[in-house]
Design a binder for this molecule. Structure first.
Ligand SMILES: Cc1cc2nc3c(=O)[nH]c(=O)nc-3n(C[C@H](O)[C@H](O)[C@H](O)COP(=O)(O)OP(=O)(O)OC[C@H]3O[C@@H](n4cnc5c(N)ncnc54)[C@H](O)[C@@H]3O)c2cc1C
Length: 377
């Protein structure tokens, strides 16, 4: 029997959607290419907005046991800072993505979702409608997973979005790439440190027990000049960004380091007949403001409402999809604008330094800006 819904990708967006749908009595299948638990390049900061979404899913107590509290952020620009801003006690967390994503997927399966390993290669389209996903199963066989609704929750480089013509290609030369991983020896006790300068930034996010997430984000055209000498060049770059302003700076070498990019997305539409996109497949904000998991979980909530309305509520699909797209736009537009403004300030060192000096002198607007980005009510 065909499923009601088939989802490509078991990141926060795909698993949260599967969890909500399964709890709503929908037959749902998730197809994920990676073996779980799997690592993911991410700052691993859970904003108060993300924590609220996890609470709404009933997962917060378990996640809080696994996570470390995040007290706030110290921002540095070239020769400036720190600007120290708080996140409110217990409202933000730090947790490795391997653990977070595994928890969400386990909860979805416990609620009745079916999870299988496979790489989604494309969508089945019949009569102008998506009718399911084409999947390469682990031994290499091709299979079809038919469903009334197909969902692309397959991240930044979504195959589903591309195959349905919902997203365009991006020019990598104008984009940023991220390198990151985990290191030991951190003593920053719940404070995220972020160092920005010369079009790049480096972030250290303490995960508890001396372990930290470290992440370097830089322009593709700079990365392209590094050739094979990534370890040494990354360390040099980080030393320049930190400029002796932090006691702790380490970076994982070789196999311990993950990379992702280009960090840019051109999404034309969120929906097509029989299909929709959620999470990074639907929208992507510069990771500097750490809103991605929040947006993914929130988008999954809106998508679940739309799908349940169609499958169980007798709503017309086109209308439900329009409402889904409208809810996403309404929620994301202000955050997009904020993220773009912060990106502009950050991309020019003199502007960044002036903005930091202003923010140090006027802490309330700076704190209000962080609260808005983090989803502090
Ligand atoms: C450098 C960086 C730092 C970030 N830091 C933060 C942060 O600190 N806090 C925060 O909230 N957000 C952060 N983000 C954003 C956050 O990582 C994403 O917004 C979030 O992971 C989106 O979740 P998702 O489920 O949409 O996609 P993903 O988490 O990317 O999950 C997609 C899943 O789909 C699977 N998949 C992909 N293609 C296929 C296919 N063809 N077939 C089957 N499966 C497939 C992948 O294996 C993956 O498991 C950061 C992002 C980057 C790039």
């Amino acid at each position: 029997m065909a499923d009601d819904v088939v989802i490509a990708g078991a990141g926060p967006a795909g698993s949260a959607l599967a969890l909500r749908l399964a709890r709503g009595g929908v037959r749902v299948r998730i197809v994920e290419q990676a073996a779980f638990p799997r690592a993911k390049v991410c700052g691993e900061y859970l904003s108060p907005g993300a924590v609220r979404e996890l609470e709404a899913l009933g997962l917060a107590p378990r996640i809080e046991r696994l996570a470390a509290p995040c007290r706030g952020v110290k921002l540095y620009a070239t020769r400036g800072g720190p600007l120290t801003l708080t996140l409110g006690s217990g409202s933000a967390l730090a947790l490795e993505r391997a653990a977070l994503d595994a928890e969400l997927l386990t909860a979805a399966c416990a609620a009745g979702a079916v999870h299988e390993r496979g790489r989604v290669l494309g969508t089945i389209v019949e009569g102008g409608r998506a009718a399911g996903l084409l999947v390469r199963e682990p031994p290499g066989a091709l299979g079809e997973r038919r469903a009334r609704v197909s969902v692309g929750a397959d991240g930044l480089n979504s195959t589903v979005a591309r195959r349905l013509g919902l997203a365009g290609e991006v020019r990598a030369t104008h984009a940023r790439f991220a390198l990151g991983g985990h290191v030991d020896g951190d003593t920053s006790d719940g404070w995220i440190s972020m160092f920005a300068g010369e079009g790049a930034y480096f972030a250290v996010n303490p995960l508890g027990g001396g372990r930290a997430n470290v992440m370097l984000v830089l322009r593709q055209r700079e990365l392209a000049t590094w050739g094979r000498d990534v370890d040494a060049r990354a360390r040099e770059r980080i030393a320049r960004l930190i400029d002796d302003r932090a006691a702790f700076a380490d970076f994982p070498a070789g196999g311990g380091r993950l990379a992702v990019g280009p960090l840019r997305r051109r999404v034309r539409r969120l929906c097509a007949p029989g299909a929709l996109l959620v999470g990074d497949a639907a929208t992507f904000l510069d990771p500097f403001t750490g809103q991605g998991v929040w947006l993914a979980l929130e988008g999954a909530r809106y998508a679940a409402d739309a799908i349940v309305a169609v499958l169980h509520g007798g709503a017309r699909e086109a209308q439900a999809w329009r409402e889904y797209a409208r809810a996403c736009r309404r929620a994301w537009l202000p955050r997009r604008v904020l993220s773009a403004c912060i990106g502009c300030l950050r991309s020019n060192d003199r502007l960044a330094l002036a903005a930091l000096a202003f923010a140090c002198a006027h802490r309330r607007p700076a704190q209000a800006l962080l609260d808005a980005c983090a989803g502090v009510p």
